[in-house]
Design a binder for this molecule. Sequence first.
Ligand SMILES: *Cc1c(COP(=O)(O)O)cnc(C)c1O
Length: 393
Amino acid sequence: MKDENRRKLLEIFNDEMYLAKNEEERKTAFIPIAEPQLGFEEFANLSDAYLSTWISSLGDYITSFENAFSTYCGRMYGVSTSNGTTALHLALAALEIGKGDEVIVPDITFAATINAVLYVGATPVIVDIEKDSWCINPTEIENAITEKTKAIIPVHIYGQPCDMERIMDIAKRHNIYVVEDCAEAHGAEFDGRKVGSFGNIACFSFFGNKVITSGEGGMCLTDSEELNSRMRVLRDHGMNKQFKYYHDRVGFNYRMTNMQAAIGLAQLQDINSKLIWRNELEMKYREAFKEIGEVHFQNSSIDKRTKVTWLVTAYVDSEIQRNRIMEQMKTDRIDARPFFVPLSHMKIYSDYCSSNKVSTDISKRGFNLPTSSFIGDIEINRIILSVKKALEK
Ligand SMILES: *Cc1c(COP(=O)(O)O)cnc(C)c1O
């Protein structure tokens, strides 16, 4: 990059080399639920990709990002995709799951998890979550298994790892696949091992609100050479790798661009500091909310599980209280979010429900607090005040 351009760029980054915000405006500004933390390195990589003219889905950043991320999670292969949803679809397609097969999913997740099952023509089976972790309940998985069950998709929800010991044991005994949905838990660990290192395939998202981002983007990780090459072919229109324009499979165009990978790689190189500020922000919220006894936080001390903070997640005792908090926050220009609506509560998925008692209860009382690197004391004070107001009503 030219020195002159470099100087111009440096003016818009703060001392720590992240994009900065105006202090005065923060006192009244809208507080979004999440904001990506973008720095100088992302911009430098992005400019590099741009100047190379390799802006489409070939280029060095793609390979570098795939290698670096699979290594970070302790896996052999990484196949980058256009987003987390296409990663899930690609994984199920590569495992040849389809019509007549059943795939077990948790009731509390983002809809992309179950949609991927429906895309391949398989039948989803929705099961309930654990009371303490809010992750898929292994006992309910076992209850839902039939001769047709081909796979389980455990979702590490709101940064919390699933009980991978019991889930892998169930999968082994019943000879079924495990596809981890790690979209909300980059860097979380179960029993000292990173999430994404357990399943036959693990899928990640790098959407703008996730732990690290590439704008849009996703990745499938695996240790199987065969699944790796199958996913690479399917991602690229099902085209034969030697014989151009000869298609062996009905494939997809699910590739990541070099520009996305350029941003993703810079984000990954900074992931440890992001995990630290995320955790510290959650601790700050927990401390600040101590004076309001009625607000409780996600369980962060379950044996063997080291959660990360994706969105700070809390709950109150009743649905009325939760809804009051949501309303007050909206009035105060704070973008808090209610819990995911259980899949089983939506008309388009309700037929697939097997169990949903705990999910139904917690979804009415839970909510997410704004989680971004721009949240400081000014924002936390505004948020606390808003919740207090809501609970006094
Ligand atoms: C965000 C998310 C996805 C989808 O990822 P996209 O990149 O937005 O397609 C899938 N599953 C879960 C649990 C998510 O939170």
